[in-house]
Design a protein around this ligand. Structure first.
Ligand code: ADP
Length: 483
């Protein structure tokens, strides 16, 4: 199959969250099993700094409103493509700063979406599937159904839109219709209008042959009013086209037997290295060599600091959670007000909380390996990768029962010693603390905790299964396209 993955971020090139992991790993997995796969990204500053790219000498010109913008195509290993346009992408961040989104994000991603379509023609790559991801590439299926409707080059091309997080939709003022380049007849509730604004994700939802999300539970949740962020109605009208495929994790990147970031490597056959990782992490974060500290539970958080991730519950729970000597390490970056709240709570408990505001791959690996419990008290979580990475490193998740967390964690039953983590249901710090309390009881039973660690390390979260399901879904998209 000829597959084009279009995304606004992908590992190893640029990453702010799970989308990058998924796009990068899917590209790799599908290529490995013999498909012709291209992945295409904007050429951000960070990619220019880190990778030696090949200049393809190809220029792409597209109209964005009255402006005719020029892009230039670069590549890495032939099939990773990048669109250079320094005016739009040569910046320190991908979408905005902690103060807010970049003001010209609509220009940036209208340009990117149009360029992708033109690149296919320029390089003569006729995709069977264009796999779009989130609002940033939501306009591609829409353009193929409007401006490019009669273009024979894409006659057989089916489109798939994966929604990684419906909370982010790409909303812009109506005046941007002029930049999108289609008539005002599309600015209505059956089109791309959404409560008086233009909605890029909705453009993808109404146009893609298949709509996919990143877990089965999330595929159901987005159809409900309370979790559909206003798009549940339109999604219900396309219900038969909605899939939910759980993400895998990249087993080359996340592998405790080979992880060079760690002070000691380990596997489920011999987990002694995990204790070395815990010891070193305590030393690094709390400057303490005392072996005594190892006896207490060590908790970790790695993630985007947005309101979705439940940091308000962490802050409210902290005094009780840490009262018996437990320690908490937080690594994250996101909204300024959450940074501020976390700084304050850290100041109150300097001996028990270590806070690192920023993006740090090495520290992330060391947290996944070194802590005993990984916290994900999310308000909602489409798939979540952190809990799967944690389990691969023998770290037990404590998480809210929502979205992909439900699909990947079995709530632990202490009497029958059955399960893979600790779940709570109500979005309240009481419910969160109750799950933490149960987890700490199990922690104090060395036989039970060891059995649980071994159990979760043996779970298979690789991409193998998920990639196969993606291929099945692509085949379905082609059937729908033909019908
Ligand atoms: P989301 O996609 O909502 O951000 P996921 O759990 O799906 O959340 O994926 C988050 C990914 O990003 C994980 O691989 C996690 O380790 C990584 N990550 C998030 N924040 C940071 C950070 N500050 N430093 C390093 N890695 C991070």
């Amino acid at each position: 199959m000829n597959i084009l993955i279009s995304a606004s971020e992908a590992v190893p090139f640029a990453k702010t969250g799970g989308l990058a992991d998924v796009a990068g790993a899917l590209y790799k997995e599908l290529s490995n099993i013999g498909h012709k796969v291209y992945i295409i990204l904007p050429l951000y500053k960070i990619i220019k700094q880190k990778f030696n790219l090949r200049d393809s000498d190809l220029e792409i010109k597209v109209d964005v409103g009255k402006r005719n913008l020029k892009g230039r195509l670069f590549s890495y290993n032939d099939t990773c493509l990048f669109i250079e346009c320094d005016e739009l992408f040569d910046r320190d961040e991908l979408y905005g700063t902690s103060q807010g989104d970049y003001e010209d994000n609509s220009t940036r991603f209208i340009f990117f979406s149009k360029c992708i379509i033109e690149v296919c023609k320029k390089i003569g790559f006729q995709p069977d599937i264009i796999h779009c991801n989130d609002w940033q590439t939501g306009l591609i299926p829409f353009y193929l159904k409007t401006i490019y409707k009669n273009d024979l080059f894409f006659k057989k091309t089916a489109t798939v839109l994966t929604i990684h997080n419906i909370g982010y939709q790409g909303l812009f003022p109506p005046s941007d219709m002029l930049m999108i380049g289609v008539g005002w007849e599309y600015f209505n509730p059956d089109g791309i209008e959404f409560y008086g604004k233009i909605n890029f994700l909705k453009a993808g939802i109404i146009s893609a042959d298949i709509i996919n999300t990143v877990s089965r539970t999330y595929a159901e949740e987005i159809l409900r009013e309370e979790s559909g962020f206003g798009l549940d109605g339109i999604l219900r009208t396309r219900k038969e086209r909605i899939f939910g495929i759980i993400n895998g994790i990249d087993y080359d990147e996340w592998n405790p037997t080979k992880d060079n970031f760690l002070p000691a490597k380990y596997s489920y056959k011999d987990i002694r290295g995990k204790l070395v990782c815990k010891r070193e992490l305590i030393k690094k974060c709390f400057g303490n060599n005392s072996k005594d500290l190892e006896k207490y539970p060590l908790l970790g958080i790695v993630g985007r600091l947005s309101s979705q991730k439940g940091m308000d519950l962490v802050i409210k729970s902290a005094p009780q959670m840490l009262s018996s000597g437990a320690r908490l390490i937080i690594l994250g970056k996101g909204d300024e007000y959450i940074h501020q709240d976390l700084r304050e709570i850290q100041k109150k408990f300097p001996d028990n909380i270590y806070l690192y505001i920023g993006f740090n791959d090495q520290l992330a690996h060391n947290i996944y390996a070194g802590v005993d419990f990984f916290l994900m008290p999310s308000k909602y979580e489409p798939c979540g990768l952190g809990q799967m990475i944690a389990m691969r490193y023998g770290t037990i998740p404590i998480a809210r029962a929502t979205g992909g967390l439900v699909d990947t964690i079995d709530d632990y039953e202490p009497i029958f010693c059955h399960g893979t983590g600790f779940l709570f249901y109500d979005y309240s710090h009481y419910a969160f603390l109750s799950a933490i309390k149960t987890a700490f009881c199990v922690f104090n039973d060395s036989r039970k905790i060891e059995m649980l660690i071994l159990e979760i390390m043996k779970k298979d979260f690789s991409w193998k299964n998920s990639a196969q399901q993606y291929l099945e879904m692509y085949k379905r998209a082609l059937v729908i396209k033909e019908s």
